[in-house]
Write a protein that binds this ligand. Structure first.
Ligand code: ATP
Length: 522
């Protein structure tokens, strides 16, 4: 589908200077319809050097560590709609992200996705508008029927004639007959994003010359820039360079370590990165304008229930036991804040999160008479990360922290397994825990009979129940009861490994069991 188009939606106003929201496009070339207002993109692409209007080729980037940069002086001359990654700024090739008001282009640079899709995915943003001087004019992309602006749901259907398309979301609008008086063939619906780029008739691909002159960011640099924006929305590529070397890549994990110090030097920074990431993620869960429903629990504690839209959007994760701070910021009474534990997260019955406040039901300061104007923040705790660092330190400095066998196995040295003298229980399932399935019984048996164990499985498949069962048996049937400790790590993200739980018994032999699920890919 080539050419330039005019939009015809009911909101269309060709003379308006405000942003249009339009979802019906006329595919006739706009310049043919409206010569006076036409922006001839072909001409403008060929005649405007990328990076600085009218400055010719001089001063275009010099390569530094995979990052081709524009001269900083010239950088300031880039128009405000220049791609925040590469600087390309042809009106037809850029779109504005409505969440952060930054512009991105449809070039791919060194990445497999176009810059705009790269940004939307990394930043979890979803809504865009076209440039005022693009062939379709200043237009926010939205579903003609329901108005949703999530571009990952939007597609188009040729309507009326071959020269008009209508934008509809995949679900539910394209899946049901239109309730407006148009008759579109919804079987012809196609997504607006294909091969990680907007369709070229919507956002054109910059020309080769333009792309060559643009700044070249590696995927790693793009990732770092997106991270910088989380703390400082005005950060630029220049800030990336300033920070170069400070935020060096962590040392890669190895299959074999010389000693526990080397192990700690590699894993310590990774645990810190994981902790920082976790804190940032959790602290971004702050949410205002909450409507709270109050209750008193059986233990006489105040219960505050509310819907967290960010949770529904999948932007944040919350688990039972997490701590949150609830604040009243309205005008009806003095500001108030209280801390509590999450005792319920959304389930099939309700979308609400329920917080059990630490203060008891007799506390008169809890604003139970108010229901609106509440904010909730996540209270991040470093406990589990501190424990991991402490464990690594003990591993490094205390030669009695683990047995010689475990020491060498953890460091990747080949060492023969000493036989383990544990008696097998007659019954593997234990009181108070679910009846184990075959895989779980197999895992428990292996752990009890081998000196080192790795239990792996997809989320929610019963690793914790299995671990608890193992601890029960080890405590009950071995002399280890008083010395037993279990370490659970979840380092999958930082190490890019696929294991989920790691269990060992301190001062005892470690046990290994590989636990495989049918169709398990972890
Ligand atoms: N054999 C079983 N029979 C019935 N329910 C079970 C069984 N094993 C585990 N469950 C239940 O399945 C749920 C998930 O189990 P568990 O928490 O042990 O999984 P997990 O693999 O540790 O999860 P995650 O990866 O999220 O930490 C729990 O509600 C648990 O009670």
């Amino acid at each position: 589908m080539d050419g330039s188009f005019t939009h015809l939606g009911n909101h269309f106003d060709d003379t308006a200077s405000t942003i249009e929201t339009s979802s019906v496009f006329d595919l006739k070339a706009r310049r043919h319809d409206d010569d006076d207002e036409t922006v001839d993109e072909t001409l403008s692409l060929a005649s405007v050097p990328v990076g600085r209007t009218g400055m010719g080729d001089r001063n275009y980037g010099e390569e530094t560590d995979g990052l081709s940069t524009l001269d900083p002086e010239m950088e300031t001359e880039l128009p405000s709609h220049a791609c925040a990654y590469c600087g390309i700024h042809s009106a037809s090739s850029v779109v504005k992200c409505l969440a952060c008001s930054k512009w991105f282009c449809s070039a791919r640079g060194n990445t497999s996705s176009s810059h705009i899709i790269n940004h939307l995915v990394r930043a979890r943003h979803k809504e865009v508008s076209l440039h005022p001087q693009s062939p379709l004019g200043e237009t926010t992309l939205e579903c003609y029927n329901c108005g949703t602006k999530n571009v990952f749901l939007l597609g188009f259907i040729p309507a009326k004639s071959d020269t008009v398309v209508v934008l509809l979301c995949r679900q539910p609008c394209a899946a049901m007959p239109s309730n407006k008086d148009m008759n579109w063939d919804t079987s012809r619906w196609q997504p607006l994003i294909e091969d990680r780029s907007f369709l070229p008739w919507l956002v054109s691909t910059p020309g080769d010359a333009e792309q060559l002159r643009a700044r070249h960011l590696s995927p790693q640099m793009i990732g770092k820039l997106e991270e910088l924006w989380k703390d400082n929305a005005n950060a630029t590529v220049a800030d990336l360079e300033k920070g170069a070397g400070v935020d060096d890549e962590p040392a890669p994990v190895l299959l074999r370590y010389d000693d526990a110090y080397q192990y700690q030097n590699v894993f310590g920074p990774l645990v810190k990165i994981e902790a920082d990431y976790d804190r940032k993620l959790k602290e971004s869960q702050s949410q205002d304008n909450l409507i709270v429903r109050w209750d008193i629990g059986l233990n006489n504690k105040h219960l505050a229930s509310f819907v967290l839209p960010k949770l529904e959007l999948g932007d944040v994760k919350l688990a039972v036991g997490d701590e949150m701070r609830l604040r009243y910021v309205g005008e009806l009474r003095a500001h108030w804040e209280g801390v509590g534990y999450v005792i319920k997260i959304p389930n099939n019955q309700s979308d609400e999160v329920t917080l059990e406040l630490r203060r008891n039901g007799g506390d008169k300061s809890v604003p139970t008479e108010c229901t609106i104007a509440f904010c909730a923040d996540y209270v991040w705790k470093a406990t589990s990360f501190d424990r991991m660092q402490l464990a690594m330190k003990s591993f490094a400095v205390d030669e009695m922290s683990v047995s010689g066998y475990i020491y060498h196995r953890l460091l990747g040295h080949s060492v023969a397994a000493a036989p383990l003298k544990t008696s097998m229980p007659r019954r593997f399932s234990v009181p108070g825990l679910p009846e184990l399935n075959v895989s779980q019984v197999h895992a428990v048996k292996s752990v009890l009979s081998k000196p080192l164990s790795l239990i792996q499985g997809p989320p929610g498949t019963g690793k914790t129940v299995t671990s608890a069962t193992i601890v029960y048996h080890l405590a009950k049937f071995t002399a280890l009861g008083s010395k037993l400790s279990v370490l659970q790590l979840n380092p999958a993200r930082m190490l890019n490994l696929k294991f989920h739980s790691f269990l060992y018994t301190s001062r005892s032999a470690l046990t290994t069991a590989t636990w495989s699920w049918p169709n398990s890919h972890n």
